[in-house]
Design a protein around this ligand. Sequence first.
Ligand SMILES: Nc1ncnc2c1ncn2[C@@H]1O[C@H](COP(=O)(O)OP(=O)(O)OP(=O)(O)O)[C@@H](O)[C@H]1O
Ligand SMILES: [Mg+2]
Length: 265
Amino acid sequence: MPGPAIELRNVSLAFDAKRVLSNISLALGEGETLFLLGVTGSGKSVLLKVMLGLLKPDEGQVFIEGRDLVPLPDEQLQPLRRRMGIVFQEGALFDSLSVFENVAYRLRDEHLADEAALEGRVREVLRFVEMEAALEKAPAELSGGMRRRVAIARTIISNPSIMLYDSPTGGLDPVTCLTINLLIAKMRDLQHVTSVVVTQRLQDAYELVNFVYSEEKHALVPVDGAASRRPATRFLMLREGEVYFQGNEQEFVHSTDPYVQKFLA
Ligand SMILES: Nc1ncnc2c1ncn2[C@@H]1O[C@H](COP(=O)(O)OP(=O)(O)OP(=O)(O)O)[C@@H](O)[C@H]1O
Ligand SMILES: [Mg+2]
């Protein structure tokens, strides 16, 4: 495995007396993809926030590209967080801002670009998610899938090397889900980002495991002979805040565990 982009060691977290993460350990190599599974309330979103340093665990270590972020004060977290992007479960665009302003937000907020460079970069990432035509629209004018794509554009604008997607296909129809998976694959295969994807849809995992993004065809194509060159995909299932299952795609689909099988059904 390449050097871990994300590594958690014995991470536990409680809200008041309620334990929501128990002794979680995982390691994800650079460029690899982790599917995070589990029923509602099992701790998936909390775990993403721990990876991002938005929530500090009570116990354990969270290494991002080799640095433990748990002991870091907020100002030292900023450069690490800049390496990461999260697409939140709610999608959460600013309703009062245009698509352009939503996407530009992070660069403006962190003073990462001057105005001239800003517009070029916003157009570039909107083109990446195929939403350049919606530049001046308000979020309310967009469909759910379009909003999700703009939320992804907003996140990738600062070139993160790690992307965390919280239920990116939740509530979308199968065709729109495919366009979101295509973007996730595009980030993985063209930008070589490390991805953590929360999903309830096994179809998402299927599409991302068995297909790669073809620049030439501008579409997902079957992995075929390219399989050996594609970085590993891992699966981790949470149950009541504990790691219930962890393994690669073969171990996952061939698991005989009844609880895992219920998920696969
Ligand atoms: N800020 C918070 N304060 C207190 N409890 C919280 C907080 N955030 C999450 N929890 C609790 O932690 C547990 C895990 O929540 P989490 O949001 O991670 O679930 P999830 O796996 O993402 O579920 P879903 O699939 O519905 O999104 C839940 O019991 C939730 O109520
Ligand atoms: Mg959640």
